[in-house]
Write a protein that binds this ligand. Structure first.
Ligand code: SAM
Length: 255
């Protein structure tokens, strides 16, 4: 991919070995891999544009009763690596899910109530916002667009003013860890302009592409699993068809 060609990246990288033990030899190897990817994302990102990364701490379950499970603080360990590779920290947004969405971790504690054994049910994930280090202000980025483009890209009323975004999780019949569409739509609307190119290097079922298509942005998605690629093609095909139908209805309405 050419340098400086992407306007926004929004992605949720794999959760270390939480789903598959064999993928990475060690946590450091995993962090090195993500660092390599986000350094490359930095190269292809245009001056002063944004990277938004959704991660959360994960638990790798214990191997047996004699062992402890291990919890890895991915957003905090990734953060210094991102800032070292030229990403300037902008915001930490908390995605809060309803209480019932959490995997229960305190059923033992609930019975014996012993201090130090307390474990919080995790109902949040991090949505970390970074900007490609630039000596130019965001006003300069906005001035690269015409007044019409800026007007068309205005974020509508009802936007979220705080850094706590309360959104329900989403489920997909093929992929086990998908973005909610509402999360993608917010990020695309708040951090890119109409006509921009948005990237997801770990695209899964393609939720970012679906949001980009609905919001008139171009998209580029990368995914290693063939089954997920088929799923994203299916989902995108459906959105494009319904948009074509709407355009046709609109045209007939005018005829
Ligand atoms: C957490 S999921 C992303 C889900 C996505 N946000 C969605 O809405 O469906 C991470 C994805 O990264 C993919 N992945 C992991 N390693 C990869 C690699 N080296 N290259 C491309 N994709 C990879 C996995 O197959 C998985 O689908």
């Amino acid at each position: 991919m050419p340098d400086d060609s992407v306007h926004l990246t929004f992605t949720s990288p794999p959760y270390y070995n939480a789903r598959d033990y064999s993928t990475y030899q060690s946590y450091d190897e995993y962090l090195d891999f993500l660092t390599e990817i986000f350094t490359e994302v930095h190269r292809v990102t245009d001056d002063g544009r944004f990277l938004v990364v959704n991660t959360s701490p994960v638990i790798v379950p214990r191997a047996g009763r004699q062992h402890e499970s291990h919890r890895y603080a991915i957003p905090f360990d990734l953060h210094p690596r991102l800032t070292a590779s030229g990403w300037r920290f902008i915001d930490d947004i908390i995605w809060k899910k309803p209480d019932g969405a959490a995997k229960p971790r305190n059923s033992g504690f609930n019975v014996h109530r012993q201090p130090m054994t307390y474990k919080a049910n995790a109902v949040t994930e991090y949505v970390m916002v970074y900007r490609k280090q630039s000596h130019r202000l965001i006003d300069w980025n906005l001035r690269q667009y015409s007044k019409d483009q800026r007007d068309a890209s205005r974020v509508p009323d009802g936007y979220e003013p705080t850094n706590v975004w309360e959104l329900d999780p989403a489920h997909d019949r093929v992929h086990s860890a998908v973005f909610p569409s509402s999360l993608c739509e917010r990020v695309v609307q708040y951090y890119s302009m109409i006509g921009d190119l948005v990237l997801d290097p770990f695209a899964g079922s393609g939720t970012l592409g679906v949001a980009a298509q609905r919001l008139n942005r171009d998209f580029l998605m990368i995914e290693q699993n063939e089954q997920y690629v088929q799923r994203m093609q299916q989902r995108l095909g459906r959105v494009m068809q319904s948009q074509a139908r709407m355009q046709l209805d609109h045209k007939h309405g005018h005829d």
